[in-house]
Design a binder for this molecule. Structure first.
Ligand code: FAD
Length: 392
């Protein structure tokens, strides 16, 4: 791929930069972390503004309400977005990053016509209902049962770790439709309406004190057969399309925020340099982290380009997800180390924004589990990228 930007790319950069410089401050700071209705309003309101300004769905084909921009401009957008410190995608993550792209790749015309514009305008929020208490890494052993009755599936079971399900309207749901088939062959991908009597959502508190994810209990919830994506019992293949988007291109924005975190780390090291000693070692570590983030960004550019060409990201996404999550933890841990004992307190100390540093570190712990653990990514890299045989 050609990493140079064209004159059109630079014109686009100027346009998006000018818009972000005006609109990001106008949107104001995010609401408190535990006020989920306000967070939903903040995130969807921002998405609505992006849509009205023509900056929603830049990678999505124009036929589905997107801009269908060339890859160079998509990457420029991501860089400018990170530079401006624009709002995190937040509650729109599942819809924009993997449910919408899955519908583009696998959905029916009616599903696309109904859902895609709502996702782009920030009018509907999606969550993911894949994991279950006994089905995480071994996702194909899921047991939530869907029985067909006429034009509907009747769904009963339990999902867990469903991020932001308490503010979601729709769920990309994996269910078992054939309990007698081999486990990968009896699964179906459904679109579940979260606002119905058979759906109970219970948020769970995490180590950072917030309630990001939920248990979802399904008690004879209804899904029209028309809301099935792909054929009955072909859900494992469709789920793999979703997971490729989730692991391959969804994290592009996050990788650029790692860049900003390394720069913050450098500023922190400068301010602590006199006191903490070992400055040479810290300099070397920060230099290495900076180089690693740049290398990861190049790999991401390659993956995004490939996804554009092939219609979905390749298994290379597993390598990106693995490196992104482990690098994020290294950066967050070094920040805590440099802040020293001030991190033990709960407030900001010494002008270091320690509360934020500690929060980032606690948050980073989940990244090697979410979207498939590091061990699972290593298995996938071995088998699907390096072509090694399956272990016993
Ligand atoms: C922040 C966060 C958000 C999430 N959001 C969602 C969501 O929105 N929707 C959703 O459906 N799920 C979500 N998840 C769930 C996530 O996908 C699972 O936690 C993950 O797949 C691991 O499953 P598990 O927790 O059951 O762990 P397990 O599968 O029980 O794994 C336990 C340990 O065993 C290791 N292990 C398991 N199998 C193997 C193997 N074959 N080889 C080597 N090691 C192995 C794992 O790597 C891990 O270290 C989220 C998780 C997190 C942390």
């Amino acid at each position: 791929m050609d990493l140079r930007t064209s004159r059109e790319d630079e014109a686009f950069r100027a346009e998006i930069r000018a818009w972000l410089e005006k609109e990001v401050p106008a949107h104001g700071p995010p609401p408190p972390a535990d006020d989920w209705p306000a967070r939903r309003a903040y995130d969807t309101g921002w998405q609505h503004k992006l849509h009205d300004a023509g900056f929603a769905g830049l990678a999505w084909p124009a036929a589905f309400g997107g801009r269908g921009l060339p890859i160079g401009q998509q990457l420029v957008y991501l860089e400018e977005y990170a530079r401006a410190g624009a709002p995190y995608v937040g509650v729109n993550f599942v819809g924009l990053m993997h449910a919408g792209p899955t519908l583009i790749a696998e959905g029916s015309d009616a599903q696309r016509a109904f859902h895609l514009p709502r996702i782009l305008r920030g009018e509907s929020v999606w969550c993911q209902g894949f994991s279950e208490p006994q089905a995480g890494s071994d996702l194909a052993s899921l047991r939530t049962r869907a029985v067909r009755r006429g034009d509907e599936y009747v769904v009963t079971g339990q999902k867990i770790w469903s991020t932001r399900a308490h503010v979601a309207d729709w769920c990309e749901l994996l269910v078992r439709t054939d309990p007698d088939a081999p486990k990968h062959r009896g699964i179906t991908w459904l679109v579940l309406d979260m606002h119905q009597p058979g759906v109970t959502v219970r948020p769970m508190r995490t180590i950072d004190g917030e309630r990001h994810f939920c248990e979802v209990f399904l008690d004879e919830a209804r899904v029209p057969v028309a809301s099935r994506v792909g054929a009955e019992n072909d859900g494992w293949r469709v789920a793999n399309v979703t997971l490729r988007f989730e692991r391959g291109t969804a994290f592009a924005q996050h990788i650029l925020t790692l860049r900003a975190q390394v720069l913050r780390l450098a500023a922190l090291a400068r301010s602590r340099g006199q006191r903490s000693g070992g400055a040479g070692d810290v300099r070397r570590r920060i230099g290495r982290l900076h180089a690693s983030v740049e290398a990861l960004w190049r790999l991401t550019q390659m993956c995004v380009t490939e996804a554009e060409r092939l219609g979905a990201p390749s298994p290379l996404g597993s390598a990106i997800k693995l490196r992104y999550s482990e690098l994020g933890q290294e950066i967050a841990e070094l920040a805590v180390r440099l802040s020293g004992r001030s991190c033990v307190g709960s407030g900001d100390f010494d002008g270091l924004r320690t509360a934020e540093i500690v929060h980032d570190w606690l948050w980073s712990l989940q990244t090697t589990i979410a979207a498939g653990t590091s061990q699972i990514q290593r298995n996938l890299i071995a088998q699907r990228i390096l072509g090694m045989p399956k272990g016993r």
